[in-house]
Design a protein around this ligand. Sequence first.
Ligand SMILES: Nc1ncnc2c1ncn2[C@@H]1O[C@H](COP(=O)(O)OP(=O)(O)OP(=O)(O)O)[C@@H](O)[C@H]1O
Ligand SMILES: [Mg+2]
Length: 263
Amino acid sequence: MSNFQPVSGEIAVSVQHLGLTYTTTIDKRPTLKARLRTMGRGTKHTRVVRALDDVNLDVPYGSVLGIVGANGAGKSTMMRVMSGILPPSQGRVEVYGKVSTLLALGVGFNPSLSGRENVLLGGLAAGMTRKEIADHFEEIADFAELGDAIEAPMRTYSSGMFSRLGFSVAVTVRPDILIIDEALSTGDAHFKEKSLNKIKELRGDARALIMVSHGLGTIREVCNEVAWLHKGKLIQRGEPNAVVDAYEKFLHVGKSAAINEDI
Ligand SMILES: Nc1ncnc2c1ncn2[C@@H]1O[C@H](COP(=O)(O)OP(=O)(O)OP(=O)(O)O)[C@@H](O)[C@H]1O
Ligand SMILES: [Mg+2]
């Protein structure tokens, strides 16, 4: 749907010295004593989190890059910056092509609208025309296997149904670059397998795929490269088994742990 033609080996996303700092102002609820002391004014406290710190990473077309790391490592933050949702605090991200982002549950859909209406919105947001969306509607709905629920408001969906539709829209818009942040985690085994097959299909298409997952078995299976983020820093990047082995060793979970039961 875009005239851009991805070429295997050429840069899709270039992340240079990327830094991101979240600054949150927290209103401390004052105690009675503090309230008397401050004459009723609340006290404010600033929480600063350095979520990404000097990350450098190039993602070429034709590659499937897995991102692993502990909770709070900065993975989702990096995906948000790559998809243009968040501006970097330092450094830059250059994107060559059309990105479709499938962030964790819920992003981009309006829960009070039906699945059908959200497909329209999601397609328009991804740059499709109404006609293109109408032409692909059946394909999207069939892939998500929602049956009649496609006409019901999305607030009535289970989290798995929600992510099925999200995945279905994101892959149907034929993005040059597809970013998937844990979106497969709520799907059941049947849908996971189906979506993995879809990912493998896209992989053969010289597109760039970036997927964040705690499902290390999936990461080993579909990625051809893995990056490990830790406390906002990129600490290792390379061949999937080598990086995932190192990460697992770090987690002290070994190969039998529940973390591998992702399909
Ligand atoms: N909107 C926000 N405002 C303030 N701090 C945030 C925000 N989003 C994330 N953070 C902080 O930034 C850090 C990185 O969070 P991020 O969501 O990128 O981690 P993650 O690697 O995706 O973790 P998970 O595996 O749990 O999804 C954490 O310390 C988190 O508390
Ligand atoms: Mg996350």
